[in-house]
Design a protein around this ligand. Structure first.
Ligand code: IVH
Length: 708
């Protein structure tokens, strides 16, 4: 006999409500893990069971149904979470200054680059650095049409529906002001949560038995990335506009002028923004804001300085991922005191053994810290760190917490000194400090000599390879790499790309294992397939070669254009040895020094690495580097050397301009140089250019050439 819907007395009612709220929260939790983090904790079948149970209860008791029920989604997020949006203008980050000298270095650098004499005025804006999440809001004909998160700076997530619920963000820009509204305008700024709203939100979360957020920034991020916009709408998110992306035209010719237009258009702007005339005024602003920090009502983690004139910003351009015309001046790191419980040794992808402090958990700047880096054994000795000590730890922004010092007068009698290991704790290979020939001392880093024979090094290389700024394979994070390595599925880079094929043939299928449903398995295969073609700069970075970070990887990609060219260049240097012409050719490229050339030779000269790369290339196509020439010209693809003193623009500006036009700028003259631009007092490079019969241009001839 079918059971009649139960009649509920108020007492039963509260049980039902509690169960429905619990189910709702559980489903929302698994939605987030699945869609937001690609890290499901339960099988698809178990997830469906939860949903069916809640559906049945909601159907039987429609009056108890919650507006926030995960079953009542307004609109629909794409099946795989948020869709992706490619930023027409990348969302960049900022360089940092941590003290006054770094700020004066910044203003001096800007003056030198632009050739503005110290006595001439040069205006900068100064404003608080909001500690929230950056967002790009697209307005067309003044109407809000799209919002994207920063993501990796090139591609973000489409959070339009959620952002549309934020009251601070106008659906329509105000027209009829002194500032005409461009047809297309991307407003960029920070979404944040005020202190008072954060406190109230956490109170409500705690009362509902839900997750309490560690700090306002995490709460803002969690609120924005809800798949259910009804939840976002219930969170009091705020916004400050401070910059822009794609724009069909600009409302002013200074930074402060554009921000004034934002304000006129009805966008919230930070009231503390000031225009300052040099380093002294910027530093005074920093101190003033620092003193008022706790009274602002929202978190800031420093101040930002920007060159005010937009024509000067354009001339200054960018280095790597940050503008030359702006810098963040950070507030000092927050500190706390705790106990050092032990010292673990972590093995990195290049074999570096890093001691890590295991701490009694302590809250520093709103985040619970239980590990801190100790850098290396010399640092431990210098700070005289012993296990059992009371220590001061600090945390600044997103950086790894650091151990600052030991509180010596609280040292217990039984505190244990640290003894460096002579063998790798993972593979047992000898762990050595290489000799630093130049300094005549041992390198500060102790390294495991196991190379690809050390499981820890292999795992770390795999993790690096798939990480966000490398191949960025969604759904293949540290946890999955650990598991796949341990169960033998992935032992080397190429295995990532044969995983799906082997899984199809295997009895031990991924989807039958804990944590993987068919949907997540399909998503993983798709994410891996999407990376069978990869841009050269990402690929070079992803290999995890010592000393080759993202900037150098980009410089190498720029210099060589293709992976084959890079490899044959390095093979030439290996065959010819240090100092050979082939070696010199690599060293000559802008941004590449001997340390990098040696690292490349070390990496590709190791047969194990060479084999691993060959096997990888059987599955991956490396696409040529796309020169970010903002415009093309006769010098696109040409190699240029600047020498001597230029008078119309500085040498740095000339180099930046050439790169914007897609030219390669080399540090020294060789047969491969197309143009040598010689200013006054050009020395040996000019002589060599003449000997080689190269085209030598004067500064004026060069400027004429690039404007033709
Ligand atoms: S200007 C081209 N101004 O800080 C870079 N950024 O560390 C334009 N941020 O990604 C950024 N407050 O999310 C700028 N007043 C401010 C800011 C600010 C916070 C964030 C922003 C950026 C990050 C860089």
């Amino acid at each position: 006999m079918a059971r009649a819907p139960s009649k509920t007395s108020p007492a039963d009612d509260s049980d039902l409500r509690a169960e429905m709220a619990r189910l709702g929260a559980e489903i929302a939790h698994h939605d987030l893990l699945y869609h937001g983090r690609n890290a499901p904790e339960i099988s698809d079948a178990d997830y469906d069971k939860l949903r069916r149970r809640l559906e049945a209860l909601e159907a039987a008791h429609p009056t108890l149904r919650s507006l926030a029920s995960p079953l009542a989604k307004v609109g629909s997020a794409p099946a795989d979470g948020f869709g992706k949006i490619r930023h027409a203008v990348p969302m960049l980050s900022l360089g940092n200054a941590f003290d006054d000298d770094e700020v004066t270095d910044f203003t001096d650098r800007v003056r030198r680059f632009l050739n503005v004499a110290p006595e001439l005025p040069l205006a900068f804006t100064a404003e608080p650095k909001i500690d929230g999440l950056s967002i790009s809001l697209r307005y067309e004909q003044g109407r809000f049409v799209q919002a994207a998160t920063r993501g990796d700076g090139t591609e973000g997530e489409n959070v339009t529906t959620n952002v549309a619920t934020i009251r601070d963000i106008p659906a329509q820009l105000k027209s009829g002001t002194a500032f005409a509204i461009p047809d297309v305008f991307e407003v960029r700024g920070e979404i944040y949560l005020g202190h008072e709203d954060f406190r109230r939100l956490n109170e409500a979360q705690a009362a509902a038995g839900e997750k309490v957020f560690a700090n306002p920034r995490n709460a803002a991020a969690g609120s924005l990335r809800q798949l259910d916009p009804v939840i976002t709408a219930g969170r009091p998110l705020r916004f400050f506009a401070y910059t822009w992306g794609e724009a069909s035209s600009l409302p002013a010719d200074t930074q402060a002028g554009v921000v004034a237009a934002f304000k006129a258009w009805g966008l919230p702007t930070n009231p503390l923004l000031r225009v300052c005339d040099g380093a002294a005024a910027l530093l005074a602003f920093y101190r003033d804001v620092g003193e008022r920090r706790s009274t602002l009502g929202y978190d800031i983690d420093g101040v930002v300085y920007k060159v005010d004139r937009l024509d000067l910003q354009n001339r200054l351009g960018f280095v790597s991922r940050a503008p030359r015309w702006a810098i963040a001046h950070k507030f000092p790191a927050e500190q706390a005191t705790t106990t050092l419980l032990g010292i673990d040794i972590q093995v990195g992808r290049t074999g570096a053994l890093t001691p890590v402090a295991k701490l009694r958990p302590v809250t520093v700047g709103g985040v619970v810290v239980s590990n801190a880096t100790l850098h290396n054994e010399d640092e431990i000795a210098r700070k005289d760190v012993r296990i059992g000590d009371t220590v001061v730890v600090q945390r600044a922004g997103d950086v790894i917490p650091q151990m600052v010092r030991v509180v010596l007068d609280q040292r217990p009698a039984d505190a244990q000194p640290f003894t460096p290991l002579s063998a790798c704790p993972v593979c047992g290979s000898p762990a050595l400090r290489e000799a630093d020939d130049e300094a005549g001392t041992a390198d500060v880093v102790r390294r495991c000599s196991g190379g690809l024979a050390c499981p820890a090094q292999v795992k770390e290389r795999l993790k690096h390879f798939v990480s966000r700024n490398a191949l960025d394979i969604e759904g293949l994070g540290d946890k999955q790499i650990e598991a796949f390595y341990d169960d033998g599925r992935i032992q080397q880079l190429a295995d990532i790309f044969t995983l799906a094929e082997r899984d199809r043939q295997s009895l031990n299928k991924l989807k039958d294992q804990k944590g993987f449903g068919q949907k997540s398995v399909d998503k993983l295969w798709a994410a891996i397939d999407a990376r069978r073609r990869v841009p050269l700069d990402r690929f070079i970075f992803a290999l995890g070669i010592r000393r080759i970070g993202e900037g150098t990887a980009r410089d190498l990609a720029k210099a060589y254009g293709s992976f084959e060219a890079l490899r044959s260049g390095v093979a030439g240097a290996i065959a010819g040895g240090r100092g050979s012409e082939a070696y010199q050719d690599i060293d000559n490229f802008e941004g590449i020094g001997e340390i990098v050339v040696d690292a490349l030779m070390g990496f590709f000269g190791d047969p194990q690495n060479a084999r691993a790369v060959d096997e990888l290339l059987a599955h991956v196509t490396v696409t040529p580097f796309e020169r970010v020439a903002t415009s093309t010209s006769v010098v696109t693809g040409k190699t240029v050397v600047f020498t001597g003193t230029l008078t119309r623009i500085t040498r740095s500006e000339a180099k930046a301009q050439a790169e914007r036009l897609g030219a390669k700028v080399a540090g020294s003259v060789s047969k491969k140089t197309d143009y040598v631009v010689a200013g006054a007092d050009a020395g040996s490079k000019l002589g060599k250019a003449r000997d080689l019969g190269l085209t030598v241009l004067s500064e004026d001839e060069w400027l004429q050439l690039i404007s033709s």
